[in-house]
Ligand binder design. Sequence first.
Ligand code: NAD
Length: 432
Amino acid sequence: MDAMDTRNSAPPPDESTHFLNIIQAQIARAARLVELPEHVASILSQPKNEIIVNFPVQMDDGSYRLFKGYRIQHNNIVGPYKGGLRFHSDTRLDECKALAMIMTIKCALIDIPFGGSKGGVKCDPRALSEGELMRVTRRFTHALGSNIGPEYDIPAPDVGTNAKIMVWIMDTFMNTAGTTGRNAQTRVVTGKTLECGGSQGREKATAQGLVHCLTEWARDKGTSLEGKTALVQGYGNVGSHTAMILSRMGVSIVGVGDHTGYLLNPEGFNTHRLADHVKKTGSIQGYTTNHSATRDEFFSQKADIFIPAALQNQIGEREAKLMQVQLVAEGANSPTMPEGEAVLLSRGIDIIPDILANAGGVTVSYYEWVQNGRNESWELEEVETRLEHAMKRAYRRVTNYADERSCSMRDAAYGLALLRIKQIYEQRKIFP
Ligand code: NAD
């Protein structure tokens, strides 16, 4: 093999460790709230398995490049490990650990029989050709081997991955895992295309679930979403679908942003046209020359609702002080830092926490997994009815528990999830 470019092997800097510490501290806080036994809190403070793979891929120009991939399996007491795969140049071990922990808590909260995992490849998918992206995906899947599986650990799309990538994973897994029960192996991943075993409603499920939370929030405030204004940070799967659903409900999307910059328009954006532009070009850049804004201007913009739908740790103390909204609904995982949350809450700004607000995606992933297992294909209406019921039920449970315990919605959501996990550990005990 030629000399390889090993630029992806740099040691991780501290930001992802800080992210992990935030999630560990959040779990510890909720553990105290629900009096979780010390040994269970200790089990949950670290992942069960940390898989790191380095694998070579031949690039289009004939050179070879070494890629680093992760799969972190946090906990499977509730059911098989479940969590997304992130293709991003900043993907790091501790980030995957934090995100896997969030998945365990999210699945327990929304009451589906899955544990938590997360993974990804350190790469910039936008800088890869279609062929390179496919080879990275296939080699990564091969390197993971039997560490994933339909009854063991089930990946799904996350930042930088999509239905097409899930289908390549499925195909690689089916071609390498032996012939027995090959059809049953389609459910090794969720979030697939409809033609290859995906579920109706999965693509927009995270956004739809978030909108159900927003509807309940408005109902509690004695109002409706119609006529409200919203800011959306991130215009990928979660951000664009949320913006499009909300605009159909009469919400004006007055600001959007992504990795290329920010746009503000008091008249509201045409969310569908913007989504088409992003699909074609990969970002919001170049959509319009009239409305560009700085990041600070975006965060300072007055609106009713702020929807972070990009990456973690976007709302720190500084951003929280700038914000002029009534509600932050967390489409992204962990977008609000603890210092930011303290400022928002002290200013009377509500927060619908990630593990509730974005749980629609994994919920419909569960429906996809069930459908694949039964060789069924549910109508969109059935998926949507089930999702609405699951989201609104979880929302009620969280608000009721927050009232009962006089705590934040985040502490309530984490607390309820831990109570479920606690019951299972109480009955199963620890092997041997
Ligand atoms: P995506 O890759 O489709 O979109 C990510 C968006 O974030 C893009 O618009 C990108 O430009 C933007 N972005 C990236 N870096 C940024 C930066 N530094 N500043 C501003 N914007 C930036 O990913 P997605 O699937 O929509 O995921 C977004 C968030 O939602 C992530 O936190 C993810 O973990 C979470 N989430 C996704 C799902 C799902 O079903 N896809 C489910 C639950 C949670």
